[in-house]
Ligand binder design. Structure first.
Ligand code: NDP
Length: 330
């Protein structure tokens, strides 16, 4: 059987372009004894993949050049010679950036699509939601009645963080790029939202929108946002350092010069990688199920059609093309 897949052709030094990717077609054969053939239905593109395009090992290996890339994917079993899977089963895997694959079942997780749409296992009900949960629960230890600023609030992790923080009883101020995204943040429960592209002083705009300083900051952006957060945090404020997308294509960008606030305000900063916190998975699943049943949390995805458009979907993360989770429908 033939499967189309995406390869990385070079490690970009700054902003990647479509020229860094190419589509290839591979004969993946047919499943043997103990194997399954899976057709991917939805593929995930994520900012962390940019780090894997540097050719250097960070907390995860770089992508190999001129070979199929990997990443989150959900698909359906179309042929099974493995007793653990049957035709029609939905599975979650890391075999993304391709239309189909053959597996012996290792690393495939069956997903229950009764109450959660398959694609949401790549978004709010998957690692994206878990990331927001870990940042709020473990890194910040957010308490009811506290105020929190969530940056990239209209993105995948950010929109999950807004909704979870509200469900935990916090007051939320969000930032996002553009009025449509501001409206979206308000529609999912943010008490206030600021278009960071339309203000001169982000710290002042956030403090004004919130009616004063914040107790906590959920960091998705870095750079200008990090600088503003150190200004606007109250004493004993906490930061969940989740991501710093502003620097991913510009590693030489200036780092803030107001770090002394960390001392003066007794701030606590906790960086994290979601996969180090899987012990929180049962608590996440329990809370998410409850919040969804109560109507407090709603998924939102931006879906790009066609595997051939996957590089554009990925590049769109860096120009703000998505609201909610960016996905590709195969
Ligand atoms: P998003 O869905 O938030 O997509 C990225 C968004 O970031 C864009 O829509 C855009 O929103 C904003 N953005 C992009 N470039 C810039 C820029 N230069 N300056 C300001 N904003 C920018 O992606 P995710 O939700 O998947 O990821 C959010 C963050 O969380 C990332 O930093 C990512 O690396 C991190 N992450 C960390 C994990 C961990 O384990 N620590 C796990 C998963 C994600 P806008 O239009 O509002 O500017």
């Amino acid at each position: 059987m033939k499967s189309r897949e995406i390869h990385l052709t070079a490690y970009p030094k700054t902003e990647p372009t479509a020229a860094n990717f190419k589509m290839a077609e591979t004969d993946i054969g047919s499943p043997g004894e103990g194997e399954v053939l899976v057709a991917n239905k939805f593929l995930s593109v994520d900012p962390y993949m940019r780090g894997r395009m540097s050719g250097v090992r960070t907390y995860v290996d770089p992508f190999a050049l001129d070979a199929v890339m990997d990443g989150g994917a959900v698909g359906q079993v179309v042929e099974s010679h493995n007793p653990k899977f049957k035709e029609g089963d939905w599975v979650n895997s890391m075999h993304g950036w391709r239309e189909a694959y053959i597996s012996d079942g290792a690393g495939l997780n069956k997903i229950d699509t009764t109450h959660i749409a398959p694609e949401d296992y790549l978004g709010i009900a998957g690692l994206t939601g878990m990331t927001a949960y870990v940042g709020l629960k473990r890194c910040i230890d957010l308490q009811a009645g506290e105020s929190i600023w969530v940056s990239a609030g209209a993105g995948a992790v950010g929109s999950a963080a807004i909704q979870f923080a509200k469900a935990m009883g916090a007051k939320v101020v969000a930032t996002a790029g553009g009025q449509d995204k501001v409206e979206y943040c308000l529609s999912i429960g943010a008490d206030a939202a600021v278009d960071y592209k339309a203000v001169d002083r982000l710290d002042k705009a956030v403090a004004e929108a919130n009616g004063g300083g914040v107790n906590a900051y959920f960091e998705n952006v870095g750079g200008t946002h990090w600088t503003a957060a150190l200004e606007v945090l109250k004493p004993k404020g906490r930061i969940a350092a989740c991501g710093m997308i502003q620097r991913y294509n510009d590693p030489g960008a200036k780092i803030t010069d107001n770090l002394t606030y960390i001392v003066g305000k007794s701030l606590r900063i906790q960086g994290f990688i979601v996969s180090d916190h899987f012990d929180l998975l049962p608590a996440f699943i329990g809370d998410l199920g409850k919040w969804m049943a109560e109507g407090k949390v709603k998924p939102r995805n931006t879906i790009v059609e066609g595997i051939e458009n996957m590089p554009d979907a990925f590049l769109g993360l860096f120009s703000g093309a998505n609201t909610g989770k960016m996905l590709v429908k195969v």
